[in-house]
Structures are given as structure tokens and as C-alpha cells.
Design a protein around this ligand. Structure first.
Ligand SMILES: [Zn+2]
Length: 507
């Protein structure tokens, strides 16, 4: 059951959509790209082969559609009308652009060549040294009628001898054809969906927000969260009451803000939202909530709304009661996670950096464990400047602090091998683990419950000569310790990274 219509999803983000590409238009844009390559006489082998097979001396723009040809060629022929008016020649020395069949002046489509010789004529061949039409040459080459037509109706083009002619995509400001521009050309401006820029900015421009929270807010704005009212109307045409207070129909506004249950949580939160006076329409309400808030506050509010929704769902479907304390702690941990994700510098202190020798990448790992709870573990990769490349966290059931630490190391090693990192120092605050990896302690002298995992880790280090493991004092890895706690306390698994930082390591 689609909750939001496809045309809204393909609308750009700042117009209220999700900015998805329309695949049929994208495909058409690829066809235009092929057409462009042909028109601009690219050196690619496929262009030369295609030209030789289908065009020979004929103009690309005048070639007729064939019945027997490849589907690519058919697509290119059909794509011509979409782009023809946006392709023009910018004349340089006039030696590349042909007189016939090439868009270099407004009425180029009107006169046709009558011989192969005429077909090969270039613009510069018809001009005299003073820059005007060479009338004798015109008559000699083209016959009286065409010569008269040209010399009377076409202004002689101004040539620039220093540069070559080039073909230009006039839809783009710089004349360069790009897929993005072609896609724009094919996508007429969508009818604007009416949303305030306040809410659109809060969703897409608030720094550090987790992607899933952005999409969640977007759904709330479109009134398409699976709340009683929305589901009821779609399934049985009758709105369903709120499962938590039994009151009226459960709309998005009710579930997230107006329900007495939600109101009590909001009251306790640090956001301090008064929900009674807010409007009853989801997008107006969100606008009112985010209006006038600066970035950090917007992020905090967004995290609270998301947390409230998670708690609502666990209470409705699993019957687990939500307390204000849980609400505050969970929202704060999302915020913490995002703050870490937003950090690009200073992940490890300068004093720690000096410990790094040789390796291009540094990784700190840590585990967190408590007897009553599950364990959590995390890692952070940084490059040689100390900038964060990737962090990850996971939670699960483990038997001891050592076990959690080993899980952290395993997760980090897995990520390193996935990314193709060859050279890395892994730091752990667990002395025993680093001693085992560095062969000064036998694995069977440690906890037998983690023997198998430990052997895996050792094997991984043995196989990668560029990997090293070192012990580090706890004070240096506060951040990763924090992440591990976040993972344990709130059972979060997440990987965040910056794409650009991984380029050198990708094959
Ligand atoms: Zn309610």
C-alpha cells in the first residue's frame, strides 16, 4: 500500500518531494547522452562504428528512422526531437562545421545538399578573406538559386580562426552536456506542493540528522504515517481511535503531539513544547513546531518527535510502557550519535596522533558491557589528519567486557576489509587483547568463551601485514567509548561514513 503518490516522491526535496529520479526520464536522458556523443563527433569506438553503420555521410539530424536497426539507434533517432533545438554549433575557424545538415544558423533545416561534394562543404570554404560570402564560390558550388538564398538571407558568420568549431548544448549555461541538465530538460517544473520552507528546511537542511529521521518527518508532513486515522480510512473507510487514550480518531497530529500520552512526554522533555495550541493539520503543525528554531534545537526537536513515534509504536504493538525518562534518554542518545557523526576533526586527540606510526589509517575500538544488559561496541576510523572516515556501532549479547571488546575489533576489521584498507593501526584499551594479537599472550590463557572469536581476530591480523594493534589508555578514546554505550543502552546498530574520505581506498 503506497502511502505517498509516486509523482510526489519524484518531486525535488525542497518542493516537498523526496527527490527520487523518474526512471523513464532518466533512461531518456541516457539516450540524449548517446545522441550528444554522436552529434559532437566523439572519438569513442561505438560512435565511429555507429556512424559508419547508420549514417555514413548523412546528417544525424536528417537521417530517417529505419525498420531494421538496433534498439539503441531507434532510441537515439526518437530522442532527436527532444533536444534538437538545444544543440547548436559555436563557430570557431569554420573548418569543422558543415554547411548542410548542421545547426549553425536559424534556418539550417531548409536547404538540402544535392551531392556528396556539397554535403562535405564546411562553412569556412564559402567565406572570402574579408569575412563576407564568397559569391563566386557560392554559385560555383551550390548553383545560382541556393547561392542567392544564402547570400541574401544569412548573415556571414563571424569566425574566430584561433579556435575550432564546437557543438554546444545551449540548455546549459556553460554549453556542456551533462546527464543532470538533460534530466532537467526532460522534467518540466512540477506543480509545487504547498509546504512552508520552514518545515522543508528543518527536514533537509538541519545538519547531522539521521536519514531515517528526515524521511520519517517527511512522511509526517505528508500525513502518511500509519496511524489509526490514516490506516482506518484506507482499509475500512472508518477512522480508528487512538490506542493509547481511546479518544477520537488517531491522526498524525494526535499521535505525535495532541494525545494526552504524548503531551505528558513532551512536558517532561527538554524541548518544552506546549502542544495544546498547535494547529490541527500535520504540515502546519510541524511548521509551527520548527519555526524560529536554530539548527541544534531543530535537530533536538526532530529527534524527540522520532523517539516519541518509536515509543508510541512499542507501546501500541508490544504493550511496553514508555516513561518520560526513557523518552529523554533515547532522544538524547540520537542527538549524541548525530553529534559524533557531525564531527570531522579532532576525533582523537593530538597526543594520540603521535602514537600513530606509518599507518595511513587509525582505528579506535571499544566495547561496553553490563551484567544486566546487552553489550554494545563501536569503532571509529580516522585518516592521518585525524579526520573521521567512518564510525560504526552494534549491540548484542556478550559474556564479558573482553567479549564486547573483541566484537568491536571484529566489526572494525570487517569494515576495514570491506573498504579495502590495507594499512591501519587498531587501538584498544584492553591490554589483554592487544597482547594476544601481538603474540605476547596465548589465546587459551584468556577467557575460553571468547576463544573462537579471538582466533578469528588473530587470523585476520596475521593475514594483513599492514594491520597492527596497540594498547591505548582509556582517556584517549572517550568518544568511541561513548558510542559503545549509546549502542548498549539503546540497542542501536548504525554505520556512518563520509564517502569522499574513502575514495583512495576503493579499487
Ligand atoms: Zn491518544
Amino acid at each position: 500500500m503506497p502511502m505517498v503518490a509516486w509523482h510526489k516522491i519524484t518531486t525535488p526535496k525542497m518542493c516537498g518531494g523526496l527527490g527520487f529520479r523518474d526512471l523513464s526520464k532518466l533512461n531518456m536522458a541516457f539516450n540524449l547522452k548517446c545522441l550528444w556523443k554522436l552529434a559532437s563527433n566523439s572519438n569513442a569506438l561505438w560512435v565511429q562504428v555507429t556512424r559508419a553503420k547508420y549514417l555514413k555521410e548523412e546528417s544525424l539530424w536528417w537521417s530517417t528512422r529505419r525498420t531494421r536497426c538496433t534498439s539503441l539507434w531507434r532510441a537515439i533517432m526518437d530522442a532527436r526531437q527532444l533536444i534538437q533545438q538545444h544543440i547548436v554549433w559555436q563557430l570557431g575557424n569554420g573548418a569543422q562545421c558543415q554547411v548542410f545538415g548542421q545547426p549553425w544558423y536559424g534556418l539550417w533545416n531548409l536547404i538540402k545538399p544535392s551531392s556528396t561534394r556539397q554535403r562535405r562543404l564546411t562553412v569556412s570554404e564559402l567565406l572570402d578573406s574579408a569575412g563576407g560570402w564568397d559569391n563566386e564560390k557560392l554559385i560555383q558550388e551550390l548553383g545560382f538559386a541556393t547561392a542567392l538564398y544564402i547570400s541574401l538571407s544569412i548573415k556571414p558568420p563571424q569566425l574566430h580562426p584561433a579556435r575550432e568549431d564546437r557543438i554546444v548544448f545551449s540548455y546549459a549555461k556553460n554549453g556542456q552536456f551533462t546527464l543532470r541538465k538533460a534530466y532537467q530538460l526532460l522534467t518540466p517544473a512540477p506543480a509545487p506542493l504547498v509546504f512552508s520552507t520552514v518545515i522543508l528546511k528543518a527536514i533537509w537542511r538541519t545538519g547531522g540528522l539521521l536519514p531515517r529521521i528526515r524521511v520519517f518527518l517527511w512522511k509526517a508532513m505528508h500525513n502518511s504515517l500509519p496511524v489509526g486515522d490514516v490506516l482506518g480510512r484506507r482499509i475500512s473507510n472508518t477512522p480508528r481511535p487512538c490506542a493509547l487514550c481511546g479518544d477520537q480518531a488517531e491522526t498524525v497530529c494526535h499521535a505525535l503531539f495532541k494525545c494526552p500520552w504524548a503531551r505528558s512526554l513532551w512536558m517532561a522533555s527538554s524541548v518544552g513544547l506546549r502542544t495544546e495550541d498547535l494547529p490541527d493539520n500535520a504540515s502546519n503543525l510541524l511548521t509551527a513546531v520548527f519555526v524560529d528554531s536554530e539548527e541544534n534545537r531543530s535537530r533536538l526537536t526532530a529527534n524527540h518527535i522520532w523517539t516519541l513515534w518509536k515509543l508510541r509504536c512499542t507501546e501500541v504493538y508490544e504493550g511496553k510502557k514508555a516513561t518520560p525518562q526513557k523518552f529523554i534518554a533515547l532522544a538524547a542518545s540520537y542527538d549524541r550519535l548525530e553529534t559524533v557523526a557531525g564531527l570531522t576533526k579532532g576525533v582523537i586527540g593530538d597526543d594520540t596522533k603521535q602514537l600513530v606510526q606509518g599507518g595511513t589509517v587509525t582505528c579506535v575500538v571499544d566495547g561496553s558491557f553490563s551484567m544486566t544488559d546487552t553489550g554494545g561496541w563501536a569503532y571509529i576510523f580516522t585518516d592521518k589528519n585525524g579526520s573521521m572516515m567512518e564510525y560504526g556501532l552494534q549491540h548484542g549479547i556478550v559474556s564479558s567486557p573482553l567479549h564486547a571488546e573483541i566484537m568491536a575489533m571484529q566489526l572494525a576489521l570487517l569494515s576495514a576489509s570491506t573498504r579495502g584498507i590495507k594499512d591501519c593501526v587498531f587501538y584498544t584499551d584492553c591490554a589483554a587483547l592487544s597482547r594476544v594479537i601481538n603474540n605476547s599472550l596465548q589465546p587459551d590463557q584468556l577467557d575460553w568463551r571468547v576463544y573462537q572469536e579471538l582466533m578469528n581476530v588473530i587470523y585476520c591480523f596475521k593475514r594483513n601485514p599492514g594491520f597492527a594493534c596497540a594498547h591505548i589508555s582509556r582517556d584517549h578514546i572517550v568518544l568511541v567509548d561513548d558510542l559503545a554505550k549509546v549502542a548498549r543502552n539503546n540497542r542501536i546498530a548504525y554505520v556512518g561514513f563520509t564517502f569522499s574520505s574513502f575514495k583512495p581506498y576503493l579499487l
